[in-house]
Design a protein around this ligand. Structure first.
Ligand SMILES: Cc1cc2nc3c(=O)[nH]c(=O)nc-3n(C[C@H](O)[C@H](O)[C@H](O)COP(=O)(O)OP(=O)(O)OC[C@H]3O[C@@H](n4cnc5c(N)ncnc54)[C@H](O)[C@@H]3O)c2cc1C
Length: 82
């Protein structure tokens, strides 16, 4: 019973963000290019032919731990190859 109460308490536990850490400490940005406007197999813009995107300029951000770097590497290789 205690375990269920603890789970219930944790699930309802909410925090209010009061402020952000300074930009100098930021780890990832979510860029301004909508991922839906990019052809995923080539990273070419669906709006402007011959324009390719990679990395943080795309509005994708992930948890830290290598996922953002992986995104940058993969999209960079695709954009470069195409
Ligand atoms: C402190 C810190 C810790 C991080 N830790 C992690 C982590 O642990 N795991 C993870 O997955 N991600 C981490 N990240 C995020 C990850 O580093 C980025 O998501 C990734 O490097 C983005 O790659 P990018 O090529 O899109 O951009 P960037 O790596 O920012 O490359 C952009 C490049 O363009 C250059 N540039 C800018 N303007 C111009 C211009 N006008 N002309 C020519 N060149 C220009 C810049 O100098 C820069 O070299 C971290 C980021 C920070 C800041």
């Amino acid at each position: 019973m205690d375990r269920k109460n603890i789970i219930s308490l944790l699930k309802r536990f909410s925090l209010t963000v009061k402020s952000y850490r300074p930009l100098e400490e930021a780890i990832v940005t979510s860029g301004g290019v909508d991922v839906k406007e990019i052809e995923p197999k080539t990273m070419e813009s669906k709006l402007i032919k011959g324009l390719y995107f990679a990395g943080e300029v795309i509005d994708v951000d992930c948890y830290t731990g290598g996922f953002n770097l992986q995104t940058a590497f993969c999209t960079g290789v695709l954009a470069g190859e195409n």
